[in-house]
Design a protein around this ligand. Structure first.
Ligand SMILES: Cc1cc2nc3c(=O)[nH]c(=O)nc-3n(C[C@H](O)[C@H](O)[C@H](O)COP(=O)(O)O)c2cc1C
Length: 334
């Protein structure tokens, strides 16, 4: 069924197809059609003190403004991460900025945090009846200089924490200039210690999760892991998209600027995941993300040290059946 729909959708520009799909699904959900076709998958899992319906989550960037939370719940995700959201609304980069690499089961995007801002997102969250785990992924505005980034993150954390199950600090998108510099040394330490203090001031405990890049060297990763342990970060998402093109040498689209996701990202992001798993000595859980296109690849992420999983590009290429397939295989694996 999804293969048939995909043939039609893939005739359109990727960003248009994305919006068309989400709006159609929203209508289907309103008239209770989605529950007829999707199966709620219950495979309870506890992590970071939170109770997950199942370990397969939606990665950030699919629902940047929190407009489709109920849709993704109905499709069977065990948890949903919305955002990246910034303090002020911003348009993102000029179009075209999203490219499909069909043969490689991949995408290149340089959206650049297009979103309607934190106030809009919070209003959307307050409108839903969703009871499951909701992550809110936060990032700095494009025009916020690096020296002031901390102020953006602190503001966003304080606003979003009361309505979130956990907060993801996105310092790894390749599409906001210099953002990845926040992954280094003093800048990282300062950012995380400030947010950890702010966490203590909240009425409820809201886990802080850091999303990292797959393009880190072993030394960079080691320095980050030391800071995560010192600051007692609650979780890490490994990984965001990559700037590396070595896995798509034959593609016509390889020279488009932006972050590469999907199958060609799998090996690199899983290597980072396993290295981090060793460095963190199981003291901090890791959410495995990057290139999960089927249940075998999902199993490999778990074997490399992932406690939870997130998918984005796999969902575009495989549809909701992928959530079911992975959960079924995890049930057998458990
Ligand atoms: C079109 C697109 C937009 C994305 N936007 C965001 C974002 O706003 N914030 C973020 O943290 N990650 C974002 N990502 C990265 C994904 O959340 C995920 O980390 C990455 O795509 C690797 O997973 P995948 O191979 O399953 O797609 C985006 C990815 C894509 C393809």
């Amino acid at each position: 069924m999804y293969d048939f729909i995909k043939k039609y959708l893939f005739k359109f520009d990727p960003e248009f197809a994305h919006a068309l799909t989400l709006n159609t699904l929203k209508v289907a959900d309103k008239i209770k059609l989605l529950t007829l076709f999707s199966e709620k998958i219950i495979l309870p899992y506890e992590c970071m003190g939170l109770h997950f319906k199942n370990p397969v989550g939606l990665a950030a960037g699919f629902d940047k403004n929190g407009d489709y939370i109920d849709v993704f719940d109905a499709l069977g995700f065990g948890f949903i991460e919305i955002g990246t959201v910034t303090k002020n609304p911003q348009m993102g980069n000029p179009k075209p900025r999203l490219f499909r690499l069909e043969k490689e089961a991949a995408l290149i995007n340089r959206l650049g945090f297009n979103n309607k801002g934190i106030d809009y997102l919070i209003a959307q969250v307050k409108k839903t009846n969703y009871q499951g785990i909701l992550g809110i992924n936060i990032g700095k505005n494009r025009d916020t200089p690096l020296e002031k980034a901390l102020e953006d993150y602190l503001y966003l954390f304080q606003k979003a924490a009361p309505v979130a199950s956990y907060i993801t600090i996105n310092i790894s998108s390749p599409n906001t200039e210099n953002l990845r510099d926040l992954q280094q040394g003093k800048l990282l330490k300062n950012l995380l210690s400030t947010l950890k203090s702010a966490q203590k001031d909240q009425r409820k405990y809201v886990p802080l999760v850091v999303k990292i890049s797959p393009d880190l060297t072993v030394d960079e990763l080691k320095n980050m892991a030391d800071i995560f342990l010192e600051e007692q970060i609650d979780g890490v998402i490994a990984t965001n998209t990559t700037l590396d093109r070595s896995q798509i040498e034959a593609s016509m689209i390889k020279s488009e600027k932006g972050g590469l996701s999907g199958k060609p990202l799998f090996a690199r992001s899983t290597l980072i995941l396993s290295q981090l798993h060793e460095l963190l000595e199981e003291k901090i859980p890791i959410i495995g993300c990057g290139g999960i296109l089927d249940s075998n690849l999902a199993q490999e992420k778990i074997k490399a040290g992932a406690s939870l999983l997130q998918i984005y590009t796999g969902f575009i290429y495989k549809g909701p059946v992928l959530i079911r397939e992975i959960n079924k295989s995890l049930r057998n694996f458990a």
